[in-house]
Design a protein around this ligand. Structure first.
Ligand code: F6P
Length: 363
């Protein structure tokens, strides 16, 4: 009997359970494959005693509709920079990849399916280079991965953000207020852009397009002067990142600011300081965007990714990441996939269409 180990790493994301179910259901067609899960990314395998679970069709029955991941997940314990206690009590980070690959093999695993974002896929690539047959499945609600048209979880996040936006419009219109809604998107503005178009925002601020405060003020004042006395703004949490940058909200301080929902309050203060007299209110959606059941579109992508990942294992195609490209489910080398982000193109069709709809990016 051959064994494949499945792990989910990084932040949770609607659709993770649908991927796990897809893998298990496809493997069930094969007589010689067993699927195992590792709890909390690969920590379940690294821990002593191990925390592993055999996954069969009963274990995964009906889980595709559930948010989160039945395997649990974590950002901690990265085997590439593993915090190890030294004899003198100090902590040193070490590369445990060769050790991890030996451990996988000594526990009888023939292959790994690693479901996760760019950090997890860097681990996949390192394990692959160290001789482990690995297949990756991309995961991020931010949709900022270059090699796939869409990641699962993104459309669910947009739906949640749009539902919230619609509710905020009611208050904006009734109270003649400026409502600022902050959505996730650390490096890229996809969630903000889609939500602004779906919801009919007046202003959308994203990391890829630096904004001029004066242009925003003109737009806001223009709306009030026309007698349409309310404004709805969507802002991506990474909006204060430099154009095309993936660094300015990175690092512990930046991540802390993102968690505090800093940008929507900073923008609010900027508008007040610049003389906007209307009442301004701020809403940070935060992790509601990653919670709960995935919408149908994401269940489909995730389920097919799961099946496809298992098929790559059966075909012996390792070091590959499953992707959706040009409406086709295929795969690309993991090394290629993690080398570039997918940013919103400020000159692209989507931004131009949004501008056609009257959405200002402040540029
Ligand atoms: O990358 C996905 C994401 O949801 C980002 O949009 C967000 O900045 C980050 O994860 C939040 O991470 P955490 O759950 O660790 O605070």
């Amino acid at each position: 009997m051959k064994k494949v180990l499945v792990a989910t790493g990084g932040g949770d994301c609607p659709g993770l359970n649908a991927v796990i179910r897809g893998i298990v259901k496809r493997a069930a067609h094969e007589k010689d494959w067993e699927v195992w899960g590792s709890f909390e990314a690969l920590n379940g395998l690294m821990d002593e005693p191990t925390r592993l679970i055999k996954l069969d069709e009963q274990t995964v029955a009906g889980i595709h509709v559930r948010g989160g991941t039945i395997l649990g997940t974590t950002n901690k314990g990265n085997p590439m920079n593993y915090p190890e206690k030294q004899a003198d009590g100090t902590i040193k980070t070490v590369n445990r990849i060769p050790w991890l690959v030996d451990r996988l093999k000594s526990h009888g695993f023939d292959a790994v399916i690693n479901i996760g974002g760019d950090g997890s896929q860097a681990i996949s690539q390192a394990m692959f280079e160290a001789g482990m047959p690995v297949v990756g499945v991309p995961k991020t609600i931010d949709n900022d991965l270059n090699s796939t048209d869409f990641t699962f979880g993104f459309q669910t996040a947009v739906q949640i953000a749009t539902d919230s936006f619609d509710r905020l419009v009611t208050t904006a219109a009734s109270h003649q207020r400026v409502m600022i809604m902050e959505v996730m998107g650390r490096n890229a503005g996809w969630i903000a852009l889609y939500t602004a178009i779906a919801g009919g925002a007046e202003i959308c601020l994203i990391p890829e397009i630096p904004y001029d405060l004066n242009i925003l003020i003109d737009r806001i004042k223009g709306r009030y002067n026309q007698g349409r006395g309310f404004v709805n703004i969507v802002i991506a949490e990474g909006a204060f990142a430099k154009e095309g940058s993936i660094t300015s909200t990175q690092g512990e301080l930046g991540r802390h600011a993102v968690r505090l929902g800093g940008v929507c309050f900073t923008l609010s203060q900027q508008l007040k300081d610049a003389g906007v007299e209307a009442d301004i209110r701020e809403t940070v959606l935060g992790h509601t965007q990653r919670g709960g059941t995935p919408i149908a579109f994401d269940r489909v992508i995730a389920s097919v990714f799961g099946v496809k990942a298992m098929e790559l294992i059966l075909d012996g195609k390792f070091g590959e990441l499953v992707v959706l490209k040009n409406n086709d489910y295929t795969s690309v080398p993991i090394a290629e996939a993690i080398s570039a982000y997918n940013f919103v193109d400020p000159k692209g069709t989507l931004v131009q269409a949004a501008k056609g709809l009257g959405i200002s990016f402040g540029d």
